[in-house]
Design a binder for this molecule. Structure first.
Ligand code: FEO
Length: 405
């Protein structure tokens, strides 16, 4: 038994869905699962594009066998060597020992590092602009370093306009029968997971994504086949625009995310009071997060979406609350920039978190402004803090009005 879907003439999706994995890369929660996409192209010669994670290898091998229907496999194209896509290389080659593996020099080097054995005579090393004819279909290879690893490439089928885009244009979320972005309500049900996938997996490498988008603009792409999530065959501009924005670190929307670190609810109360004041002033695109119970991957995703961020942190061990510090550190690692940040601190005898958060932002983050109007509360919110919160809300509104999206 095999479970495949036709993508376009001659091309079939043969991947698998994983609902058992809790943490992608053992760090990012994936409550909706994930898909590992692989594709089989049937021509005078046959080709498989990338493999799958070990967890779905058994059904995957059945899928390949079903589509090949007795034919041999001529080429195994590896666009991306990360084990969630390359773990099953040897399993494929055991069954199709005549297949030639097509990939970049760096990818073959990394296969050796990971212990994947490919005989030298079975390797076809390609570089930018090289092409390979399968008969009717002509494949062109395009290097895509750091999207998401240095060895990555994408493959363009110049015959039908299909781009095998590796990690680019992927998303968290299992497909569960659907295959195309136009078969789901992507903007309602998928965009948050797509953003969280992009920002946490590739977000650091915006300039490299911009390079790839520049190359993509020179070819006539009709279908995008990523390694995770739905395939794009309609309204490609929607997703290309998101990628352009994310990789330039330009916010999608005017709005405020308020992230609070609160031990006994007092800093939380201040965060909620500020949220109310923003909504009273007409800015209702406000999201409030407890940093202690929101996985940082969701916070990073929101930081890429919205134009303004408020960090409200209790002082802890004379420092920034550790989980808030972790969020700041992740913002640095993932190159969050072009944002305006408001700072609210709380402390009972020596409040230091506000000054330390400002120092971190000034020294470690690029192109992030700190609002002058800051709030410092002593243990609990009091009537006397109201005017400071009003000033911060006014300053945020003023800054949002000046922001160009
Ligand atoms: Fe889905 Fe970078 O691997």
């Amino acid at each position: 038994m095999f479970t495949v879907r036709k993508v376009v003439d001659d091309l079939y999706w043969v991947g698998g869905n994983d609902h058992r994995l809790e943490l992608f890369e053992n760090i990012h929660p994936i409550p909706k699962g994930v898909s590992y996409n692989s594709y089989v192209l049937l021509d005078e010669k046959t080709a498989v594009f990338d493999t799958v994670d070990w967890s779905v290898a058994r059904e995957y091998l059945d899928n390949i066998k079903g589509v090949l229907d007795g034919r041999d496999l001529d080429y195994l194209v590896i666009n991306h060597m990360e084990p969630d896509h390359a773990a099953s290389i040897e399993e494929v080659l055991l069954r199709y020992p005549e297949a030639i593996v097509v990939s970049t020099e760096r990818s073959f080097m990394m296969m050796s590092q990971f212990g994947f054995h490919i005989d030298l005579e079975k390797r076809l090393e390609v570089k930018e602009g090289d092409s390979l004819s399968l008969g009717k279909h002509n494949l062109v290879f395009v290097e895509a370093p750091m999207v998401h690893w240095p060895e990555a490439m994408v493959t363009f089928d110049a015959t039908n306009g299909v781009l095998f885009s590796a990690d680019a244009f992927g998303s968290f979320g299992a497909l569960d029968g659907k295959l195309f972005a136009d078969e789901v309500n992507f903007d309602r049900d998928w965009i948050d997971d797509a953003r969280r996938y992009y920002t946490n997996i590739v977000g650091k490498y915006g300039p490299f994504v911009q390079d790839l988008l520049g190359k993509a603009a020179t070819i006539d792409i009709k279908v995008i086949c990523p390694l995770h999530g739905p395939i794009w065959r309609e309204d490609l501009g929607y997703f290309l625009e998101k990628y352009d924005r994310w990789s330039k670190y330009v916010p999608e929307e005017k709005g405020v995310m308020i992230v609070y670190a609160s031990m006994y609810g007092n800093t939380e109360q201040a965060a909620q009071a500020l949220a109310s004041k923003l909504c009273e002033r007409g800015m209702t695109n406000v999201e409030v997060f407890d940093v202690s119970n929101t996985h940082v991957s969701y916070l990073i995703s929101e930081a890429f979406r919205l134009s303004h961020i408020v960090l409200a942190s209790v002082t802890y061990n004379l420092n920034i609350y550790p989980v808030m510090y972790n969020f700041l550190h992740e913002m640095k690692l993932l190159s969050v920039q072009n944002r305006t940040v408001g700072i609210l601190e709380n402390g009972s005898w020596a409040p230091t978190s506000g000054g330390l958060m400002e120092e971190f932002i000034d020294e470690e983050l690029k192109l992030v402004d700190v609002l002058g109007e800051q709030v410092s509360i002593s243990s609990s919110l009091k009537d006397t803090d109201d005017s400071d919160l009003d000033r911060m809300a006014d300053a945020l509104i003023e800054s949002i009005e000046k922001t160009e999206i």
